[in-house]
Design a protein around this ligand. Structure first.
Ligand code: GCB
Length: 606
């Protein structure tokens, strides 16, 4: 049976219990735990909070940098009154891959560290008593996994992660874990797409179940008043005088989906959904038919101590900072974020470009930097022996992301890769099936894009033809022609933009990255690179270029906040391109952006 990616809810027929808290944890460097019976109990565990990355909690370097197999363990109670129902464990994610055991029996495995999966444990749990849950995780990187990298072995025998990407390889149970009790006949999936008809809206829906009984859907407004209903597994809901979901003015309806057997409710699931349309038309993004200029950030799930662990305090602060600065959009660079972040974006009226963890697809080591310098290394990535495996993993992650996120009003586009090698022969054969798959899976037919690296130009990119809008990562004035050469940078930038205008075929262009590393507190007059003053000069130059091309329809600066990376000569304890510090306090540039973004009209360049 297809595993449901529906968000866990409590309802007349469903129970969801959080298993978050302090678990047990142990490294397994020789990968002998399974054979040694660790599913019967970890021999020498330490305590470990869930959700969190494990890395930054330790005080020794070997533990922080640990790469290989590691175990989490807890126990959970299953009430006797749940007998006869389906008992399911739901992991918000497990990075990067996991095998799950209950009372010693393997119940699930999953590849990919940024999307949910579940395990049906009905046949292995014991009722009215505690059950042991053991999870064997692994955080190694390979050239055929998402994200991509290598696993090296030091002379002392320890494995180390060598990411092909510029963020720390945080791992662990980084998102909530839940125990679910579901009816045997259950709703597996629910999908909506919207049409506006004058003052009204029509919502086409489909319900997928694992049984044969009929379904109903009811829609309630924010005050709990019923506004529409329909019966059947597919149909159309007519909402008279619909209140539309909008940027910074979100409005959410509650959709209640039921499986019914005569008058009996077999299963009930509910979801808050905003009604809106989004499309690319005549060189513009149209939200509910009106032009919208995108402004905001590339982000990371990244914070002190918890690493990539979901932390609602950080999530709340991030949204407050984004509202304060006048942003309306962010990209989930470079992986799908926790469910709860999309729910918050739905509530707050933010637009999301949702990105699958396809990052590091370049043939070189510190590849995001090497590649942008065109340093002569072989660049082909999609012509390898491992490419078919990579493509299968990529399709799986894309399918899971779209299945999970398709009903969010906040999600306006799919980003299918970040900075892939896209100039060599294998590009078309690799890209086409993925772009086709995204179109096929998404009932709302959201536009598809991918973030194009500096090295791929209008003349050389073989991938851009597939994108519904063009997304550029550009660092003129930072990685190229920085500091006193910034006037050359501007000239070269404009030349490239003229080139994109030649090939864009009416499509809008946005910047999914531009930015300059800046140390909070570093000042210098006149400016030098890394100072607050240079960050502002760099931004002024970039914005001058954006403002002079009408086809530029969005600017997402890199990055919302400083974030952790692997140590090395390119980074000072992390990437410092944040407009906010890692502690979410403003650098000077934050005030610069606030002045610009709060003054730009929503329909700038309409
Ligand atoms: C990029 C990458 C991003 C890096 C950024 C940088 O092009 O997409 O992951 O962090 O550049 O700061 O170099």
């Amino acid at each position: 049976m297809k595993h449901s990616l529906l968000y866990p809810v409590n309802s007349a027929s469903r129970r969801a219990v959080s298993l978050d808290g302090m678990w047990k944890f142990q490294f397994d460097p020789q990968s002998t735990g399974l054979a040694s019976g660790w599913t019967k109990g970890l021999p020498d565990p330490v305590s470990m909070p869930v959700p969190s990355s494990f890395c930054d909690l330790f005080t020794d370097k070997d533990s922080r940098e640990y790469c290989g197999d590691f175990w989490y363990e807890t126990d959970f109670f299953v009430p006797g009154e749940w007998q006869g129902s389906d008992i399911v464990l739901r992991f918000g994610s497990a990075t990067h891959r996991a095998r799950v055991f209950v009372n010693g029996t393997e119940v699930a495995s999953h590849e990919g560290g940024f999307l949910p999966f579940s395990a049906d444990v009905t046949d292995v749990v014991r009722y009215n008593t505690r059950n042991r849950l053991s999870v064997l995780l692994n955080n190694e990187l390979h050239e055929y996994t998402l994200p991509a990298g290598e696993t090296a072995v030091l002379k002392n025998g320890k494995k180390v992660a060598a990411p092909y990407f510029d963020f720390y390889n945080y791992a662990g149970l980084q998102r909530p874990v839940k125990l679910l009790c579901l009816p045997q006949e259950q709703i597996v999936d629910f999908t909506v797409s919207h049409r506006l008809c004058g003052e009204d809206a029509e919502v086409d829906y489909t319900v997928e179940t694992n049984g044969s009984h009929d379904c109903t859907v009811e829609v309630y407004d924010a005050d709990g008043r019923p506004v529409a209903s329909a019966a059947g597994r597919a149909g159309t809901l007519h909402i008279a005088g619909a209140r539309l979901w909008n940027v910074h003015a979100a409005y959410l309806y509650t959709f209640v989906v039921r499986i019914v057997d005569g008058g009996r409710v077999v299963d009930e699931y509910s979801e808050k959904i905003g009604i809106r349309t989004f499309e690319v038309k005549d060189g513009h993004f149209l939200l509910n038919g009106k032009p919208i200029y995108l402004r905001g950030f590339g982000k990371h799930e990244d914070a002190d101590l918890r690493g990539r662990g979901l932390d609602l305090v950080t999530v709340k602060r991030d949204f407050e900072c984004m509202k304060w600065i006048g942003a309306n959009c962010f990209r989930t660079s470079h992986y799908p974020y926790a469910d709860e972040i999309y729910q918050m974006a739905d509530e707050e009226g933010f637009l999301i470009i949702d990105e699958v963890p396809a990052v590091g697809f370049f043939e070189s080591l510190m590849n995001f930097a090497a590649a942008s310098q065109g340093n002569g290394k072989a660049l082909g990535y999609f012509e390898k022996e491992t490419t078919p495996t990579l493509l299968e993993n990529h399709k799986q992650a894309l399918t899971e992301m779209i299945t999970r996120d398709k009903n969010h009003a906040s999600v306006i586009a799919w980003s299918i890769l970040n900075e892939p090698q896209c100039t060599s022969e294998g590009t078309e054969a690799y890209f086409k099936p993925l772009f086709d798959l995204a179109r096929e899976l998404d009932a709302q037919k959201r536009p598809r894009t991918y973030a194009i690296i500096m090295h791929s130009t209008p003349e050389t990119s073989r991938g851009q033809q597939f994108a519904d809008f063009i997304s550029l990562n550009r660092y003129y004035g930072w990685y190229a022609m920085g500091g006193n050469s910034i006037s050359d940078a501007e000239e070269a930038f404009r030349e490239e933009m003229d080139g994109w205008n030649q090939v864009r075929r009416g499509r809008p262009v946005i910047f999914t990255e531009y930015g300059a590393d800046t140390l909070a507190g570093e000042h210098k007059l006149p400016s030098v690179m890394w100072s607050q003053e240079y960050q502002n000069e760099y931004l002024d130059m970039n914005h001058r270029v954006f403002d002079s091309y009408d086809f530029v329809q969005g600017e997402l600066v890199w990055n919302f906040a400083d974030f952790q990376t692997t140590e090395g000569i390119m980074r000072v304890n992390g990437n410092k391109k944040g407009i906010f510090t890692r502690q979410r306090q403003p650098k000077d540039a934050a005030f610069h952006f606030r002045a610009r973004w709060t003054a730009l009209p929503d329909d700038y360049k309409a």
